[in-house]
Write a protein that binds this ligand. Sequence first.
Ligand code: IMP
Length: 183
Amino acid sequence: MPLVHGTPEKVNTDIKKVLVSEGQILARVKELGNQISKDYAGKNPVLIGILKGSVFFLSDLMRAISIDCCVDFMSLASYSGDKSNGIVRLLLDLRESIEGRDVLIVEDIVDTGLTLSYLENILKTRNPRSLEVCSLLDKPDCRKISVQAKYVGFSIPNEFVVGYGLDLNEKYRNLPYIGVLKK
Ligand code: IMP
């Protein structure tokens, strides 16, 4: 699949198909950045990156946002290999208070929704002024709990994907596109 700037993508041999190309990701991230800049004009939102999957998305998204904004990180775990065990654990908490702040959670993907629901429940108790979610990917068919991201990059079918931060046992995060693995 061609990139926005014209060079062909070299596809990793473990990948069955490229679902979202590098060019499509970068174009969509720019649109999301513009939308967020408009919606939060005059505010100074804090973007909370959820480690590790959101790091590439977060760093591209922040650079596509033209207003002042801050960043902080949290880390949660619920996945082992390509299966969620359904039990979410908090591994790393925020450094700064979010009381009275406009908070935007930045996620790589919403799948069952369990991670996001757990996260929203924790963060709501800390009295932010507003709390919204921006997720690069959404798998709406996989929900076990009802959650909705305000900003979504791409809705995708129920397939396990890797690349652009998403991994399988820590592998494939550095692929510049989102792809489906061969069996
Ligand atoms: P959820 O709690 O099931 O919504 O899953 C949230 C987390 O599981 C995401 O932040 C990812 O880290 C991981 N995850 C879910 N689906 C995928 C996938 O297709 N590929 C890689 N990681 C995934």
